[in-house]
Write a protein that binds this ligand. Structure first.
Ligand code: NAD
Length: 297
């Protein structure tokens, strides 16, 4: 019997290590990405490539997506040369963060061709993608979830959040608002301390032993801000997109987000100052530039 083929569209920061994990688990994998260098880098590991999303969907029954924006997911799934034109695909598992409304729209469009859409955003960053320790938030019918569990476990810890597309996206937006908020407000606290003469390493030790500890003080500051590398591995443009989607969704639901809106504006200014390709830890550079000090050590 032929070995089952898995498709993967979008092999960027997250998609590359996730496709590698499938391959390391012995699966046959076919990828598409317009970035030829990213595709070529996977060839040495025996990962095959196809010329379009439609070509991937012509070979693979299950296709994974890890794409930057709702518009790109929509185009890849249902546009010209999109997955919808492939004959073999039955299930599309979307790891991208696109917000609940886009997830529902894409799920409906695919359902018209009897293709199931699995809403499956992930958290845990590039290190989690490499190690297979991501939090994988899944919403789809229970029977399909049960069927996909073994392959999804390749990527990390699974959480089944509901039956319909969109619920996992809402969960992911809540998580990413908190992740960005932690960097924004920790940057303000750290810059203030440094300007007053405190040692940033000692500040982090105290905060992490106390009630102020959070994912920024425990992980982002030591890894990407104190060394001045600003290379944690998550783009400002992507974080800005996530927080924008989150505040928009809260508005739709009638939930005021005062702090969320402030975090969105911090990301808007970081995006304008350092560009969408900069790392989201660059929020600290912004506060540093306003205060005229640097948080290094
Ligand atoms: P990335 O920008 O590194 O990768 C996106 C990839 O999609 C690129 O290789 C790009 O060439 C490709 N792409 C763009 N347009 C395409 C198209 N039309 N067809 C096929 N491929 C196309 O982004 P990333 O950091 O890997 O993030 C991917 C998704 O995962 C985003 O939705 C992001 O919000 C989410 N996410 C990222 C992280 C992280 O830490 N980087 C963590 C969790 C979730």
């Amino acid at each position: 019997m032929d070995q089952e083929i898995y498709g993967f569209v979008g092999v960027g920061n997250m998609g590359t290590p996730m496709a590698m994990r499938l391959r390391q688990a012995g699966k046959r994998v076919v990828v598409y990405d317009p970035n030829a260098a990213a595709v070529a880098a996977l060839a040495a590991s025996g990962i095959e490539s196809a010329a379009s999303p439609a070509a991937v969907a012509g070979q693979a029954g299950t296709v994974f997506l890890s794409l930057p924006t709702p518009a790109i997911v929509s185009a890849v799934a249902t546009g010209q040369d999109g997955l919808i034109e492939g004959r073999r695909v039955r299930t599309v598992v979307d790891f991208s963060t696109i917000g609940p409304q886009a997830a529902v729209r894409v799920a409906r469009a695919l359902a018209e061709r009897d293709i199931a859409y699995v809403d499956a955003p992930v958290s845990g960053g590039v290190p989690g993608a490499r190690a297979g320790t991501l939090a994988v938030m899944v919403s789809c019918p229970t029977a399909l979830y049960t069927q996909l569990q073994p392959v999804l476990a390749t990527f990390g810890k699974l959480f089944h959040l509901g039956e319909g597309a969109g619920q996992a996206q809402t969960m992911k937006l809540a998580n990413n608002l908190l992740s960005a908020a932690a960097i924004a407000v920790s940057s303000e606290a750290m810059v203030m301390g440094v300007k007053a003469g405190l040692d940033p390493r000692v500040m982090l030790d105290v905060i992490n032993a106390g009630s102020g500890r959070n994912s920024a003080t425990q992980d982002k500051f030591p890894r990407a801000i104190l060394p001045g590398t600003f290379d944690y591995g998550f783009g400002t443009g992507l974080s800005y997109k996530d927080v924008r989607l989150c505040v928009d969704e809260a508005e739709t639901l009638g939930v005021p987000m005062v702090v969320g809106a402030a975090v969105r504006e911090m990301l808007a200014i970081t995006n304008a100052s350092y560009g969408p390709e900069s790392d989201y830890t660059s929020m600290c550079r912004l506060v540093e530039s306003w205060a005229g000090v640097q948080v290094r050590g």
